[in-house]
Design a protein around this ligand. Structure first.
Ligand code: ADQ
Length: 747
């Protein structure tokens, strides 16, 4: 190990040792206590017991002895109730003082098996039958080597007959021991139990030497640690780390105790470099790490609790089933910044359904990476607003630096062969930095915004480097075939790569490219509203009087074409004066990137247009445009969408635009409104039954709005039925699963 790597290693273990809550799951025989030649001779000595007692007494730490031994036996050595005990591989466990029997099996057949094995053992000197509540074990450590085969053949005959008649049991091979036990009981059951006891945000450390301990290792989450105690036989292991013998296990436990008890020992108190296992390591093929700039729906909550999860948003609902099924984790920025001189924190929140790893940003990263390169360079460039693109070396350097930082945190949470799904323009270099750190599992990327044509993209001084880095991904997903075509054209013109319609070959790697339009969860916009919400929206509608509602809903962003939309509404009132007093526009804008100057400017522009149109056309009893600069809940938005005659969705350019899909999902199928959609939204490719419009052409957009308001019920129903079918068919879950399936298939 280099000096730097050694420091990282020490810091890694320091962070784990100090983490709160911390759960320790420790096997006994061969792990905390050396093997003895007979099971009855192996017993925890005073030193082992007091070490466990000391750990269990620490605040923020929960310790469990997880053993195959019987309950009474464990209880004898560890009477202190704060020490959790898991006996018989999980069949019995002692929580806060009381034992519970996890299984309730008829003991008679097992007793008969035990008798048969005892008779067999009597003929084989050195063999021992160990009888526990729900298991029987045959130990043959002390049988002479040349005689073991004979014993095993006979024993397997007996055991196989038993297993055929008793499918609720299974045979498990340990180190020179064969055990028959209930199939449903594995040490892995101790892992969720421990996680629950330790509480939200817990990290667990599991330590063991036996095959049965592998179940425990396998059940751990990416933020946990697993340590195998080296065994003589070569065995594949799920463990991340290895120690030599029980003495080293005790040294690690002492180290954790000293760290937490504030003894401030020097870093060298780690027994030695806890090394990865020498035997072949099994990695989890179901491991998944989702990485996005911002964690979904987390808000900073001051005080003890730190970060907490709030309302579940669209992307997280889409990904949550996939995350749960794959034991996955989501990594992103916490939304907090710290002064540049301070070191940045990171951590994990477990909300019971999925795990979320967060990291803070330094202020300089927020300025130069997030506001600078991401939102000041890439966002306008990718949306084809070249005049708004700002270019600086500082931004590019910050972009690269933050990728390194996020990749370091990611490497803590995902195995080298784990699957990674990175999102959006904030993380274009992510596969590149992960590959440099040795990651060789599949990495995919989905771009939520458009990909520009080569003439625009080549404005970026680092265009070649970005494309080259993108080709370290295995799969690149875009919303539309048009964005795919732009990307392929950029690669063809800037890199010496081989390009086909869906695969690029470059530097000996293959990158698959695909169009995969994102969807929503339509049912969540169709839920019956609470009375308070109905009342609120009815109140808003009453304030419009007889007017029909045209509705715009967006993040406040210049790509959304809000000024153009308002001007076209004014033009409608000019060109078709009949609509005066009969139609109102409500424009709802959720505040966004408010500290970026262009966005503040945009707000001022919008407010001045609203003032002008209302001043010119407004009457005492009728306000043409209502502008609401605030966020609404999904339930409120659904009711507003449903009340609107026209969904006025006219971005100048948009990757997809979810508002268009939400509007369709929320309509009453018996009397639906009309979707007036920009031809430059990615959604326009799928939503052909919308009225498509060109937001740059004010007169044309006013005419399209007039037409939308005049469409009769029959045509509205026909258009809506087709749109709704497509929104339901291609939804958020099919999108997420489709992407992950395609990513798995790349390898
Ligand atoms: P966005 O640019 O954020 O997303 P969009 O797809 O329209 O654009 O999603 C906006 C979301 O914010 C919608 O779910 C909408 O309901 C919500 N929202 C808007 N105004 C709101 C308000 N006032 N109150 C509450 N919620 C509000 C980026 C890309 C898009 C792409 C998505 C997903 O720019 O093109 O569709 O990612 O890939």
């Amino acid at each position: 190990m280099t000096q730097d790597a050694r420091m990282d290693h020490v810091e890694h273990w320091m962070a784990i040792a100090r983490h709160t809550p911390l759960g320790i799951l420790c096997d006994l025989d061969g792990t905390l206590v050396p093997f003895a030649s007979a099971p009855e001779e192996a017993r925890p000595d005073h030193d082992a017991v007091s070490l466990i007692e000391d750990l269990a007494a620490l605040p923020g730490v929960v310790v469990a002895i997880v053993s195959g031994r019987p309950a009474e036996w464990l209880e004898r050595f560890f009477p202190t109730p704060s020490i959790r005990l898991v006996a018989e591989h999980g069949a019995m466990r002692r929580g806060a003082g009381a034992w519970e029997n996890v299984l309730n099996l008829d003991p008679t057949p097992l007793a008969a098996l035990a008798e048969e094995l005892v008779t067999l053992a009597a003929r084989h000197p050195g063999s021992v039958i160990e009888r526990k509540g729900t298991t029987v074990a045959l130990h043959y450590r002390n049988v002479r080597r040349g005689r073991r085969g004979e014993l095993i053949v006979e024993a397997y005959g007996i055991i196989d007959r038993f297993l055929t008649r008793q499918p609720a049991y299974e045979r498990l091979e340990g180190i020179l021991v064969t055990e028959i036990r209930p199939a449903s009981v594995k040490k892995s059951s101790a892992v969720p139990w421990m996680r629950e006891i330790a509480g939200p945000g817990a990290r667990l450390i599991a330590i063991g030497d036996d095959v049965t301990d592998e179940h425990m290792f396998q059940a751990l989450a990416p933020q946990d640690e697993s340590i195998v105690v080296r065994v003589t036989e070569t065995r594949r292991t799920f463990a991340r780390w290895e120690l030599e013998n029980p003495n080293e296990v005790r040294a690690v436990l002492r180290y954790i105790h000293a760290m937490r008890a504030g003894h401030s020992p020097p870093s060298t108190t780690l027994p030695r470099e806890i090394a990865p296992p020498r035997s072949p390591q099994i990695t989890f093929d179901h491991e998944l790490l989702v990485v996005s700039n911002r964690l979904p729906d987390f808000r900073q909550v001051e005080g003890e609790e730190g970060l907490r999860r709030k309302n579940v948003g669209g992307l997280v609902s889409a990904l949550e089933p996939a995350l749960r099924a794959r034991g996955g984790m989501w990594l992103g920025w916490s939304g907090r910044t710290v002064p540049d001189a301070e070191s940045v924190a990171n951590g994990v929140i477990d909300d019971g359904t999925a795990q979320f790893a967060w990291l803070d940003y330094k202020e300089a990263w927020y300025q130069n990476y997030y506001s600078g390169f991401c939102n000041g360079t890439l966002w306008p460039l990718f949306h084809s607003f070249p005049s708004r693109v700002s270019l600086s070396d500082k931004g590019w350097n910050a972009y690269r630096e933050v990728h390194e930082v996020i990749a370091d945190v990611a490497s803590e949470h995902v195995g080298r062969r784990g699957m990674i799904w990175a999102h959006d323009y904030h993380l274009l270099l992510f596969a590149h930095v992960m590959r440099q750190k040795g990651h060789n599992g599949p990495i995919g990327h989905f771009l939520h915004i458009p990909f520009p044509s080569p003439d625009i993209f080549s404005m970026l001084p680092w265009a070649g480097e970005v494309l080259d880095a993108l080709l370290d991904f295995d799969l690149l997903g875009f919303h539309t075939q048009g964005f795919v075509a732009n990307f392929l054209a950029c690669v063809s013109s800037l890199l010496p790569a081989r390009v086909t319609d869906d695969v690029i070959s470059h530097r000996g790697r293959f990158t698959h490219v695909t169009a995969m339009p994102i969807g929503i969860l339509p049912a969540t916009f169709q839920e019956p509203p609470e009375p308070a919400i109905v009342e609120e929206i009815e109140g808003l509608m009453r304030s419009l009087g007889e007017s029909r509602l045209v509705l715009g809903v967006d993040r406040l962003d210049y790509t959304k074409g809000i000024p153009e939309r308002l001007l076209a509404f004014g033009r409608l009132l000019e060109m078709f004066p009949d609509w005066r007093g009969k139609v109102s526009l409500i424009q709802i804008s959720v505040p966004s990137r408010a500290d970026v100057p262009l966005y503040a400017e945009q707000r001022a522009t919008i407010e001045s247009i609203v003032g002008r149109v209302n001043g010119e056309f407004g009457e005492a009893a009728w306000v043409p445009i209502r502008y609401l600069y605030r966020s609404y809940s999904k339930a409120q938005l659904s009711q507003l969408y449903r009340a609107a005659s026209v969904g006025y969705v006219t971005p100048l350019r948009d990757g997809m635009n979810l508002v268009a899909k939400e509007y369709v999902a929320a309509q009453d199928p018996e009397s639906p409104g009309v979707l007036l959609l920009s031809q430059f939204a990615g959604a326009a490719v799928e939503m052909r039954e919308a009225i498509l419009t060109n937001p740059h052409h004010t007169d044309g957009m006013a005419r399209d709005l007039d037409r939308s308001l005049r469409i009769d019920l029959k045509e509205r129903k026909a258009r809506h039925a087709k749109l709704l079918a497509s929104v339901q068919r291609s939804n958020a879950v099919t999108w997420a699963e489709g992407f992950l399936d395609a990513l798995s298939a790349c390898r």
